[in-house]
Design a protein around this ligand. Structure first.
Ligand SMILES: O=C(CO)COP(=O)(O)O
Length: 252
């Protein structure tokens, strides 16, 4: 069985005191020995402060990593630096990075390979825009993102022990959550698409839903058979909400 995974993407929010207080509140709220993997992904500059207040119930993640191991990459942060800070996850290919920074499948695949090479679990984000959904292109868009990505990975490591997050762009930060049926349909589609490359990997890979997920709708989404967790934006900045989502995931 796949262990539920709840990851908080704090995006570009908060100063250091806010990050420390949020991490402390999340850590304090966690039940011991929950049956859920929990991760928080603060901005790079707050990661060390957050690490210092987290116990072992909450893992540390980053919101991106460099596409090269070291050297001339001004402004980037390498996977080895993140691992050295105590990170164990990294979000890659978020739609905000694709939209505002022009990240494409080739770049995201290079970042992903770096993450795996340094022992981080990458959380790859895929998903369609509203206009793509309205044009009935949702499956085609997500299939293209996945195939284009997988064919650029090192065939020796492939997707490794990564995680995929389905984040419909129209649901991110809008309050318009996908219905449980819409989300489940896409998660099942993603699992089938992965199975066409590697059936065993498709069966074990955790697939997360992201897009206006909160305490009030988590149970319905997480009850779906192919939804193994959540990538939480806005609600991850509210410790009570985030802890409640983790508790829901732990209850199965
Ligand atoms: O982008 C997201 C997580 O990566 C989702 O953000 P919201 O939960 O704020 O919609």
């Amino acid at each position: 069985m796949r262990t539920p995974l709840i990851a908080g993407n704090w995006k570009m929010n908060g100063l250091s005191a806010d990050a420390r207080a949020l991490a402390q509140a999340v850590d304090n709220g966690m039940e011991p020995a929950q049956g859920v993997e929990t991760v928080v992904c603060p901005p790079f500059v707050h990661m060390a402060a957050v690490r210092s207040v987290l116990g072992d119930r909450v893992a540390l993640g980053a919101q991106n990593c460099a596409d090269a191991p070291e050297g001339a990459r001004t402004g980037e942060v390498s996977a080895s630096m993140l691992a050295d800070l105590g990170a164990s996850y990294v979000i890659l290919g978020h739609s905000e990075r694709r939209q505002y920074y022009g990240e494409d499948e080739a770049l995201i695949a290079a970042r992903y390979s770096q993450a795996l090479a340094h022992g981080l679990r990458p959380i790859l984000c895929v998903g369609e825009t509203l206009s793509e959904r309205e044009a009935d292109r949702t499956e085609a868009v997500v299939a293209n993102q996945l195939h284009g990505f997988i064919e650029r990975l090192d065939p020796g490591t492939g997707l490794g022990n990564g995680v995929i997050a389905y984040e419909p762009v129209w649901a991110i930060g809008t309050g318009h959550t996908a219905t449980a049926q819409q989300a489940q349909a896409m998660h099942a589609f993603i699992r089938e698409t992965l199975a066409s490359h590697d059936a065993a990997l498709a069966a074990r890979m955790q697939l997360l839903y992201g897009g206006s997920m909160k305490a009030a709708n988590a149970a319905e989404l997480l009850a779906e058979p192919d939804i193994d967790g959540g990538l939480i934006g806005g609600a991850s900045l509210k410790p009570d909400d985030f802890v409640a989502i983790c508790a829901t995931a732990a209850r199965g």
